[in-house]
Structures are given as C-alpha cells and as structure tokens.
Write a protein that binds this ligand. Sequence first.
Ligand SMILES: *Cc1c(COP(=O)(O)O)cnc(C)c1O
Length: 230
Amino acid sequence: MSNIEQRLQQIEQNIQNACERSGRTRSDITVIAVTKEVSTERAIEVMNAGILDLGENRTEGLLAKQESIQKDAKWHFIGNVQSRKVRDLVNTIHCLHSLDRMSLAKEIQKRADQPIDCFVQVNVSGEETKSGVNPEELERFIEEIAAYDKIHVIGLMTMAPFTDDMEYIRTLFRQMKELRDKISVKQWEHAPCTQLSMGMSNDYEIAIEEGATHVRIGTALVGKESGETT
Ligand SMILES: *Cc1c(COP(=O)(O)O)cnc(C)c1O
C-alpha cells in the first residue's frame, strides 16, 4: 500500500469513529484533499486512492494542476480570491468555499457562465486577521446575494484559529452549525445553505462531530512536499 493509501485508511477510520460518536453517516461527508502544498503527481496519487475532490487555495496552483489532471477531479477553491482573478477561476471550479465579501459576489456575477455553488466564509472566531463575514452580518449578507443569480449559496465555511484549545474550536464549530441552521430554515431559493465546510488535518474529527459536511484535509493526507513533516 502506498503512503497516501495508508494515511487515507487511517483518516477513514477516524471519520467512521467520529460518525459513530455523533450518530452521523459517512456518506453525508465529503473529504476534500487539499493539494496546495504538493505536486501534481501526488494529487494524482490521492485520486487513485479514491479521493476525487481536490482543494487549492491559489489560482495559479489550481490552473497548473488542472492542465495535467483532466480526469474526474472536482476542484474546490478554498483560498482568498482576488477580484482580478475571478475571470480565470470561476468557470473552472466545482465550488468556491471562500465567498467573503459583496464585491467578490459582484465580480462572480459578472464573470460566471452559469450559477456557481458557493460557501460563504464566516469569521466565527472574530480574529482580525481572518477573512470572512462576521456572524452578526451573515444573514443580511446572504439575503443580499439573492440579487446575484450566478451565486448559489450551498453552505457556510470557516477556518478555526491556530490553537491547541480543542474545546474552544468545538464551540466555534457548534456556532457555525447554529448559523447554518438559522439560514437554511428560511429556505431561500438562492441559498439552501445545507452544507458546512469546516475541519482540517488537526480538527476534522471534531468538525464532523459538530456537523461538518465537507472536511478539507491537506497535511494529514497528502503531506507537504516542501519539508515533509508527516
Ligand atoms: C491549507 C488549508 C487546509 C488544509 O490544511 P491542513 O492543516 O494541511 O489540513 C484547509 N482549508 C484551507 C482553507 C486551507 O488553506
């Protein structure tokens, strides 16, 4: 078995355990392999191991990998999007996890050939350095997006802060689920908002226990090629 297959097997076991602890179903969860720190070769390896959802956080990295990976990859864009890059990006991705401002929505509206599935990024920890919509402004933000018919809000996304305090991370994930539920009960046509993108290498099990539908796993799955750590 390859290194990646072994890691995936361990991650699958952890996901299964987290599902059992929280009464969830494995098939409700999508694992996104974050390939931003690894080569195209390794991205192909993870696809061969069965993960077809790939995450990139830079437009250049995404386009470079797309050139050599035509296969059934589904591309998730998880990074900050500069408005001037929207044109190159928006019609090549499966979904965008980082819709974080109205000016970006406006640019997507202008450049998208068809409606794009988006997660609205939420700054749930309130850290000043983090991007994302503030929780207090979220409802209005999503309501206003109804004006842009090229945007389909499928859920919310967050990045937990760098901390060892797992209980704090858990409370943030729990708040995200509450925010998600508050939007989804409105049954807005442009924003079903049923999905929750949260959890990375260090906290995906907690995220799943708290309701994540998409986990974004980089280092723990594909490693890191500049100075391998795991
Ligand atoms: C890099 C990155 C990840 C993956 O991080 P790991 O800790 O390597 O699993 C997930 N989400 C976003 C938004 C990222 O930028």
